[in-house]
Design a protein around this ligand. Structure first.
Ligand SMILES: [Zn+2]
Length: 273
């Protein structure tokens, strides 16, 4: 069995504020250490549970957060940015997808560092259903027939996982948000044990996991924070200007939708919020 891990950072044990996930801040070393802590707990458990291959994609910001010197034998790490499929690069060919250190979508109550790919997304929908990074990334995995089997992060992203994928996905809560930048934390030894237990469960029910496949051709809609941001992205061929702040695109499949969304968001991001 081949396990694919998309590893973000905001949902790591102990992380509550932006400084801890921004590489130019002194607190980043803490966030980085905790991302590695959760990743190692998950990846080592997957190998122990008999995964033939575990491929980790460093999926946060510059995507060079995970220290290759700390990667255990048997693991493969996709490191660095510029990847066509970004947070889901190399997912094709995997049997199960794990979403580790994930966070809830933009606009979620009491969710640590909630956002959707960037701070410029007010909302993102696929065929009218609001999704976050988790849902959209899982749709890309679904395009390649890979089901979401495990989601780890705060309580909010775990609730989001159950509501989007249903009860067959295993979730592991490592902290409970009390505000956007405050949470009740658990000691790392405890979250490591919870993560290992969750991996066992996810792999045991793995064959039953169903790929997340929103209908395509389908419509992706991005609502940004102001009209100038939408102006900046409206020129992408095929883009429909739905309203002042909302752009839509008819995509033939999840990969095309994902590429349009990321392009539109980077252009929107050239204009301040
Ligand atoms: Zn991130």
């Amino acid at each position: 069995m081949k396990v694919y891990i998309s590893c973000d950072m905001e949902g790591a044990t102990g992380v509550v504020r932006w400084e801890q996930v921004e590489h130019d801040k002194p607190e980043y070393e803490f966030g980085r250490a905790m991302q590695l802590h959760d990743l190692l707990a998950v990846a080592e458990a997957a190998l122990e549970c008999g995964a033939d291959e575990v491929l980790v994609n460093d999926s946060h910001s510059r995507m060079i957060n995970l220290d290759a010197r700390r990667i255990p034998k048997g693991l493969r790490l996709v490191s660095g940015s510029g990847k066509y499929l970004s947070m889901m690069e190399q997912v094709e060919g995997a049997d199960l997808a794990f979403f580790v250190c994930y966070h809830a979508k933009a606009g979620t109550l009491r969710a640590i560092l909630d956002h959707t790919m960037s701070g410029n997304t007010f909302d993102l929908t696929l065929n009218g259903v609001s999704v976050g990074e988790l849902g959209f990334n899982a749709a890309v995995a679904g395009h390649f027939g890979v089901p979401p089997a495990l989601v780890t992060g705060d309580a909010a992203v775990c609730r989001e996982a159950k509501s989007v994928f249903g009860d067959d996905v295993t979730t592991c809560v490592v902290k409970e948000g009390v505000a956007r930048t405050s949470a009740v934390l658990l000691p790392p030894e405890e979250t490591a044990a919870l993560l290992q237990k969750a991996v066992k469960e996810a792999m045991a029910r793995g064959r039953k996991a169903v790929p997340y496949r929103p209908a395509f051709p389908g419509r992706v809609a991005l609502t940004v924070f102001n009209c100038a941001q939408a102006d900046a992205a409206a020129g992408i061929p095929g883009t429909i200007r739905e309203s002042g702040r909302t752009l839509t695109f008819e995509a033939k499949d999840a990969v095309e939708a994902y590429c349009w969304f990321r392009s539109a968001l980077s252009l929107a991001g050239t204009v301040p919020r």
